[in-house]
Design a protein around this ligand. Sequence first.
Ligand SMILES: Nc1nc2c(c(=O)[nH]1)N[C@H]1C(S)=C(S)[C@@H](COP(=O)(O)O)O[C@H]1N2
Ligand SMILES: [Mo]
Length: 398
Amino acid sequence: MQRRDFLKASLAASAVAIGSSATAGVTTQPIDTRKVSTIAFPEKKPLITYSDRPPLLETPREAFTQAITPNDEFFVRWHMPEIPTHIDPDTYKININGLVKQELHISLNDLKTKFEQVEVTAVLQCGGNSRSAYKPVAGGIQWGSGAMGCAKWKGVRLRDVLNRAGLQRDAEWIGFNGMDNAAYYETPNFIREMRIDELDDHVILAYEMNGEDLPYLNGYPLRLVIPGKYSDSWVKMLSNITVTKDYQELFFMDVAYRVPDNDCECESPDEKYPRTKPITNMNVKSVIGWPTNNTVVYHNSHLVVRGVAFDDGHGIKDVLISTDDGKSWKPALLDKDANRYAFRAFRFAFKPNKYGKVNIMAKAINRLGNEQPFAHEIKWNHGGYKYNGIDVVTIEVV
Ligand SMILES: Nc1nc2c(c(=O)[nH]1)N[C@H]1C(S)=C(S)[C@@H](COP(=O)(O)O)O[C@H]1N2
Ligand SMILES: [Mo]
């Protein structure tokens, strides 16, 4: 047996072991049985905790019945253990420097009063969200489906701030640096870079999330919001924005949050593809918020499946639900979305008329016609990024 065939066979075998579906592989799903912690972080409800230093907290599935994720349930991801423990909003300033005509040090109060205030409701999702669905295991935190959330962000346009500073003629890259630090100086800082021509009016420096100051763990007092893009570029707790001519070699941009640079963005587990590219735009995805896995319901009872769907800003056209392992699909009712970058909440009513384990599946389709693939069609990558397989929860009908 060739290595490739062996892999296929073991994939099918593991899928059969996990689910009871007719089609092998169909029910592979993110690990979803982890419990929330008994200890809560400041400003947070107890969440699924992977680490406390740095804080790595996942939102439980149940939160995704709503189009807005509450601040105290919003997931948290930091790469560095050293996060400042005190930030004074009266003395905090964001520095704009590098190839600008005039270096700026802007206070929070000036941001709020001397620039136009803008709002955007947008999904923040880690590129590694749902990574635990990858078989074989892909490197990184084994997130379930809760390394994402949707909030209403308020702040100022990055473009307006850069215009105030004035760009020099040869300015080409913008670097964003957070206030968090590595425990050892050899580990690089968390910095992301963006080409100036990628900048549009939706990119904001946000100080508010759902009508309140940003929670400390979500980047107080100021973070970057880039609707449609995976959140590794949404730098939190911003200290400075530096404009340069050349791209600076940086660990996180160069090594992490990248996929193979080929059409399928895939590679085999035993051979890394030689070239990679940044993950950038989010693909179409849906997550069922209720029922959750192992929910017990009565035969012929009235059940309403609820969840959320989103993509990179093209907008969701349909969410289809299957209760027969993907053989037939029916459209869910879609709520109105705040805008094309937001969660689109969906509902689907049905009466379970079969006893035992039933798989409920959700498949989103965006306005381009892109749809979520079955789990067994998902192509593998080493980093375990961009998982968007059809969502599945398994309930018990009694
Ligand atoms: N300063 C700083 N910003 C950061 C990070 C970080 O480690 N430090 N991690 C990024 C990644 S990979 C993710 S997924 C999001 C998580 O945002 P959240 O903690 O608000 O959910 O922050 C991004 N911004
Ligand atoms: Mo991330």
